[in-house]
Design a protein around this ligand. Structure first.
Ligand SMILES: [Zn+2]
Length: 149
C-alpha cells in the first residue's frame, strides 16, 4: 500500500522514519480492531447475563408475590437473556398458555408487563370477552412445545 495521504519527505532519513511510522500504524490497525472485537464480545456476554438476571428477578417477584408486573424486562432482554417463553393465564377462564416471545411482533421498548392487556385468551375472545392475561413466569423453553395456542 502506498502512503498516498502523506507527502514523501525530501530527505532519506525522514522518509525512513515516515515508513516506520506507517508500518507501526498498520500494525496498530489490526491490534485495535482485534481488541475492540474482544471487548465487544465480553460486553455482549455481560449484557446477556444482566438480561438473564433481570428475568430471574422478575420471576422471583411473580412467584413470591404475584406482582407488581411493572417494572419488567423488555421482550428483547427476555429473549437475549435466555427466557424467550412467557407463561400466562387467562384471568377469566384460567386457561394457561405459553407465549413464544420471539414470534411476537413488538417494538424495542415493549416490556413484558405491556403484554398483559395484549395477550387475550382465544377462547374468551370467541365469546366477546377481552380479559387481561395474568403473567406467571418467563421460561427458557415452553412446557407445551408441541401445542399451539
Ligand atoms: Zn379465557
Amino acid at each position: 500500500m502506498s502512503p498516498k495521504h502523506h507527502q514523501p519527505p525530501i530527505s532519506g532519513g525522514d522518509r525512513k522514519a515516515l515508513n516506520k511510522e506507517l508500518a507501526k500504524a498498520r500494525v496498530m490497525t489490526g491490534i485495535f480492531a482485534e481488541r475492540s472485537a474482544e471487548l465487544r464480545e465480553r460486553g455482549e456476554a455481560l449484557i446477556k447475563e444482566a438480561d438473564s438476571l433481570a428475568c430471574q428477578s422478575w420471576n422471583e417477584r411473580m412467584w413470591s408475590d404475584g406482582g407488581p408486573i411493572d417494572p419488567s424486562p423488555t421482550v428483547d432482554q427476555a429473549v437475549n437473556g435466555g427466557f424467550p417463553w412467557l407463561e400466562i393465564e387467562c384471568s377469566r377462564c384460567k386457561a394457561k398458555r405459553d407465549v413464544d416471545l420471539t414470534a411476537l411482533p413488538h417494538v424495542d421498548t415493549t416490556c413484558i408487563h405491556d403484554l398483559a392487556s395484549r395477550l387475550v385468551c382465544a377462547k374468551c375472545k370467541a365469546v366477546g370477552k377481552r380479559p387481561k392475561a395474568r403473567l406467571l413466569q418467563l421460561m427458557p423453553r415452553s412446557r407445551y412445545s408441541t401445542l399451539e395456542d
